[in-house]
Unconditional design. Sequence first.
Length: 569
Amino acid sequence: MPLGKLQTQLVQQLQLQGRLNGEQFQTITQRPDDISGDALDKLLQETYSITSSQLLVAKARAYNLAPFFPSRFRLSSSAFERLTLEFCQQNLCLPVGFAGDFLLLAVASAFEISVVSKAVEMSGKRVIRLLARESELRDKLFKDQSQSTNFDDVVSQIGTEFATDESDGKEENVTEDSAPIVQLANRIIEDGYYSGTSDIHIEPWEKHIIVRYRIDGVCQEKLRLPFKVGPALVARLKIMCNLDIAERRLPQDGRIVFKQFTKKSIDIDLRVSTAPLNYGEGMVMRILDKQKSTLPLPALGFSEENLAKYRECIRQPYGMILHCGPTGSGKSMTLYSALGEINSPEIVIRTAEDPIEYTLAGINQMQMHRQIGLTFASALRAYLRQDPDVILVGEIRDKETAGIAVEAALTGHLLISTLHTNDAPSTIARLTDMGIEPFMISSSLLCVCAQRLMRRVCKTCRVQYEPEGREKEIMQTAIGWSGPIYKAKVKGCMKCGGSGYKGRVGIHELMVTNNELIEAINKGVETAELKKIAMRGGMKSLHQDSLLKVKEGLTTIEEAVSTVPVDLT
């Protein structure tokens, strides 16, 4: 029985490449017995000395695809941004790059069309297939990835004797300078970076050391280590940020410049904080990605109304703009984005930060050093003699800094800073508690922006439904609207890692001063009344803004209510 059409095309390609002569071509194509694809491959390689690379090139041309060799390809951190590693391993495909609106995808089979349709759905891009050998794809997807993100090899090097609790006198074998500890410290940071982690927690528990990653605002356990490894691991990380490894009784703060400790192209800094806990010393590391640029203001989640008001405020010649919210609520990113929007050669911008999270071109930034007396207050005092137009102060922590900030805002400077309060109206009470006179606050304040970050519902697997009962009531009361909204799929999908959520979006409560608000601040009215006045003036509360994001399909009502409480009526 002659060969099939595709198999004949393959043999024909080998003849065109000069790998087979005419007689060999006739012998193979006119074989009396039926020969399958795998058997044909084996025949060509064993009988006719066709190499696997030559066979791949011939197959690719026969199927009108480009050949690809994964063994020569180096995976980057962005390889699995559009398609998850789990999806690629299950479907034996490898995303190798982008060309305009197209995703270049290496596949092992030219006939698995379902893989391509899934890849189009997940990535949101059209797909160009490249043909690769199955064995090379498996090596790249399984072996290479296990080397880069699996901790088992490092943990096993530390030694199985450290998995027990009994003190056997062997803990000196694991020190901060031993190779497995150095590798483990690097691996934890690298894996955190590749996973999109914002904070890495290293916590001593009674019998283990737990490593947890905070991804999209939610902590998840990544690694459980023998308890005796903890002191050496923390000491190694302390060495990396030049902290005192002998001091275990007091909290310490430091910074790791990670490119000094890795050969990989990972240009990140880590803000490090240690603390003495009940079972030992714990550590939290905030990842600051220097390769990631600041986002433009429209990408931060501002509604059109809030964005227009905020842009008007940051373009004022003088006054004070305050951002409030808890740690990790996106305040710094918003401040940097605002500075990036107004930054131009015509104005002088000075910042006082602790730490400097992103380096901005054309802006003069100062790192605080409390140990030598360089505080926000002293930096601000110095800046007033440096002829600035705009001053950014990392945080208003005390009466002295608050007083100088108000003074700067009243003397022709635009001052931008952050404050730890729950919402925008309570900022007034916080400043009053610091000893700032109400009339000074009202005459210097331009606006207060309270913000939070909410998880985005996964666009791939979100489920639309009609809210009923309490959910419908909450939507009607807050924004006067009720209609179809989305909820997260229970087990998620591959794109969101099974969580139902992927990425985060900001919600904002923008309180811009007006005559009625100024009058109320001067009279010293309480926070609840200030909030009512601000809402009469057009302010949307955090709760209302969160439900507007639900209406737009960006998040779920469960996420909105768990992030900020329902407004009291």
